[in-house]
Design a protein around this ligand. Structure first.
Ligand code: PLP
Length: 389
């Protein structure tokens, strides 16, 4: 056996992919599976974006690009940030990478090492904890609570900061809960961070275009006093239904741009050129398809919440963003993992146990409503049958 580095034992994974593999196996065996497990839009990428990539290939864009992304794309990102968040960002602070996840990994490589602490949301996207632990740093969970609509509490987050804290991670709208942190809470966090000038912030805003019920998004970029230590992660995967294209970006503090670019050069050289041209078309072209997708998600969201609240032993708060509901299932008498497995095997419904997103996810299930309303309601009906039996 080859001898591996010890850090390989600390690398976690996303159980959503395991559930997907099991669901696919059951479907291959003839089961009528309904997948509410997957974290990606069920819509195709809008045609004008696909066309732009095809054109780029026909026009001969087949080689490496600048490691931080082609200038026209970084300018398009900067213009989009001005439009959406009312901020002026120098395109040279934008580093384009193959998907949102890459920025996370870069941040952990920059800040994580034994002895350092990094605070992350729990329940939260599983790669946060996995990549923190891989870096050797100590992962410090910030509990997110149902009674706050799964928004984080700035006071609680600030209370977890110690002299060893290097980085804090926030995510709104959030995976897996759909929770949206109110603007006032972000303001409180930003004000409190003024007392911790050595702590960096990674704000994962990948779902910032998916907000419902008049909720507002406050970007970390809107706090000028944090500009020298805030990293804003965003990308195309969710907003433009482009998960398979592998295209994301971050706005880095000026002092870290060269370091992020150096990591890109060591890791992947650049994002493939055609995907970058598609990214320009997405940001500069018509937004109707993206807006229609959000409207469809909103309709399904409302139907999902009503149906879930009708199940025995289940209650579900109104998710304000993304495309997930996070019902409390503790009244069913089943733990999250048992319910996940029973739904998969008995009802042929794929949904993810809350514990896949951290210890504070016990008692919850993640339902992705990136599926047709008809399928969602059929699935929830089947969940009801399992709970009744
Ligand atoms: N951040 C969050 C909170 C996510 O849920 C995801 C994907 O599920 C990502 C980042 C990663 O996105 P990408 O597919 O662009 O790497």
């Amino acid at each position: 056996m080859p001898t591996l580095a010890a850090r390989m034992d600390r690398l976690g994974t996303e159980t959503a992919f395991d559930v997907l593999a099991k669901a696919n196996k059951l479907a291959a065996g003839g089961a009528d599976m309904i997948n509410l497990g997957i974290g990606q839009p069920d819509f195709p990428t809008p045609p004008h974006i696909v066309e732009a990539a095809a054109k780029a290939l026909k026009d001969g864009h087949h080689g490496y690009t600048a490691a931080n992304g082609i200038p026209a794309l970084r300018q398009a990102v900067s213009a989009d940030l001005a439009r959406r968040h009312g901020v002026e960002v120098d395109p040279d602070r934008v580093v384009v990478v193959p998907g949102g996840k890459v920025t996370m990994f870069f941040a952990m490589l920059m800040f994580g090492e034994p002895g350092a602490e990094i605070i992350y949301p729990d329940p939260g996207f599983p790669i946060y904890r996995s990549s923190i632990e891989f870096s050797g740093a100590t992962a410090v969970p910030l509990p997110l609570r149902e009674e706050n609509g799964f928004a984080f509490s700035a006071e609680e987050l600030l209370s977890l900061i110690t002299p060893r804290t290097r980085l804090i991670i926030v995510n709104s709208p959030a995976n897996p809960t759909g929770g949206v942190t109110p603007v006032e809470e972000m303001d409180k966090l930003a004000a409190g961070l003024a007392n911790h000038p050595d702590v960096a912030i990674l704000s994962d805003e990948i779902y910032s275009c998916m907000l419902y019920g008049g909720r507002q998004h406050r970007s970390i970029l809107q706090y000028p006093h944090l500009a020298d230590r805030a990293i804003m992660l965003d990308g195309w995967s969710k907003t433009y239904a482009m998960t398979g294209w592998r295209l994301g970006y971050a706005v880095w503090p000026e002092s870290l741009v060269e370091k992020a670019t150096r990591l890109a050069i060591n890791d992947h050289s650049c994002v493939n050129a055609a995907a970058q041209f598609a990214g320009i078309a997405a940001l500069e072209g018509p937004q109707d398809a993206a807006l229609d997708m959000v409207a469809a998600f909103d309709e399904r969201r409302q139907a999902t919440v009503v149906a879930l609240n009708g199940l025995p032993g289940v209650r579900c708060v109104d998710p304000g963003g993304a495309f997930y509901a996070f019902p409390n299932i503790s009244g069913t008498g089943l733990d999250a993992r048992t319910l996940q497995d029973r739904l998969l095997n008995e009802a042929h419904v794929a949904a993810i146990a809350g514990t896949s997103f951290g210890v504070h996810g016990e008692g919850y299930l993640r339902i992705s409503y990136a599926n047709s309303k008809e399928n969602i309601l059929r699935a929830i009906d089947r969940i009801g049958s399992v709970l009744a039996g």
